[in-house]
Design a protein around this ligand. Structure first.
Ligand SMILES: [Fe+2]
Length: 385
């Protein structure tokens, strides 16, 4: 039997669709366990997730020794989809229904799924982009043929496709803050389209030593608005996760909080090793949200931790009224001392790549594609957990 690549591969969007449809797939990661980024294929429960090196697996007399079953389809994953293809072929010959994730974890990291959200007043469309490999979220707002792209990844095609589908042209690109967990595609997208890339000026700096960043940007400050078609997006400064974090309020209720406020938690203030100072800022921002934000504002963050943060339609977001009950960090913000104590008690080491990604995102370092992929590998660790 001669197996073709097509027979043996499953493309990332197809795998996402099957996982989301609740198919009980077995996922076999054949990378060296030391290189495994935990929870990469997040909807797979641990009992159906196996990590065993390809070389160890093929040395076994029978794949069932590794815990694989012939009852369920097996999806084999590796870094770039080469080893996994060989293992999938070997498993198929051994009588298993096996497929290799095309492009491997690298392609899974680039995958971005788009989902419509309730449209705020003054807008025609609001789309959420979900990167299941990273737990990162971006957005596109459309009004009267104009679109604004928010928190764009290095792979901006989904933003461009959705704008085209809405018959709109992207007239503004915004980053809610300078990211630490992925390289922003915002500056390049804005430059290629000849439109402004908005950022709060307090973030155009390398926060570890105060070196000013060098990327051209259009500053957006607290209270300023960006018009889009017949709609308006207003920025409010919500520092703490970074000094220049902004929340974008579109129309009457869509509130893009970046990494300031998540469904379950708040953004870590310790990523730049200035925890004490930034915890204080974070408390002020959280207190402002707790006491001043409308109950029906829909909080739409830039990250999620797990599937419990999703709504039934798989979008991620919560109304502010519900967050006041369910978000522990937000509840604690009623008391400054308790909040700051809690935040500091959760301090954890940040992934090493984050300081380098920050430097890239303010233009102080340039990297090629291979290093970019390596730096971005793994889920976000932006939230306090
Ligand atoms: Fe962040």
């Amino acid at each position: 039997m001669r197996l073709t690549r097509d027979q043996l591969e499953v493309a990332p969007p197809e795998l996402a669709r099957r996982l989301e449809a609740g198919e009980e797939l077995q996922v076999l990661d054949v990378r060296d366990p030391a290189r495994l980024a935990a929870g990469v294929v997040s909807p797979v429960p641990s009992e159906r997730f196996l990590n065993i090196r390809g070389s160890e697996l093929v040395a076994m007399a029978d794949p069932s020794e590794a815990g694989l079953s012939t009852d369920r389809d097996v999806v084999v994953i590796c870094g770039r989809g080469n080893d996994s293809l060989r293992v999938a072929a070997w498993l198929t010959v051994a009588g298993y229904r096996a497929k290799s994730l095309a492009g491997g974890i690298n392609a899974w990291m680039h995958l971005s799924l788009s989902r419509p959200l309730p449209t705020p007043e003054g807008f025609d469309r609001l789309i959420q982009f979900d990167r299941p490999g990273k737990g990162a979220l971006g957005y596109l707002l459309v009004s009267d043929g104009e679109a604004m792209a928010v928190d764009v990844s290095l792979y901006p095609e989904p933003w461009l496709q959705e704008a085209e589908r809405a018959e709109a042209r992207i007239t503004a690109v915004v980053d809610t803050h300078v990211h630490a967990d992925y390289i922003s595609g915002g500056p390049d997208l804005a430059a290629s389209l000849g439109v402004p890339w908005y950022l709060h000026p307090a973030d155009m700096v390398y926060p570890y030593d105060g070196t000013p960043g060098v990327l051209p940007f259009t500053p957006i400050a607290d209270g300023e608005s960006i018009p889009l078609g017949r709609g308006t997006i207003r920025a409010i400064h919500t520092p703490g996760h970074t000094e220049g974090s902004v929340t974008l309020i579109a129309g009457d209720r869509a509130v893009l909080t970046g990494d300031f406020l998540f469904v379950q938690s708040v953004g870590r203030p310790d990523l730049a090793r200035r925890t004490e100072e930034w915890s204080e800022q974070l408390w002020k921002s959280a207190h402002q949200a707790l006491t001043g934000w409308d109950e029906d504002w829909l909080v739409l963050p830039a990250h999620y931790g797990d599937d419990s943060e999703r709504c039934e339609d798989r979008t991620v977001g919560r109304e502010m009224g519900r967050l006041r009950e369910s978000n522990v960090a937000l509840r604690l913000a009623a008391d400054r001392e308790k909040f700051v104590y809690w935040v500091n008690a959760q301090e954890a080491p940040a992934p090493e790549a984050y300081s380098r990604i920050k430097a890239i995102n303010v233009g102080l370092v340039e990297v090629g594609q291979a290093e970019a992929d390596l730096l971005e590998a793994g889920r976000n660790e932006c939230a306090i957990v």
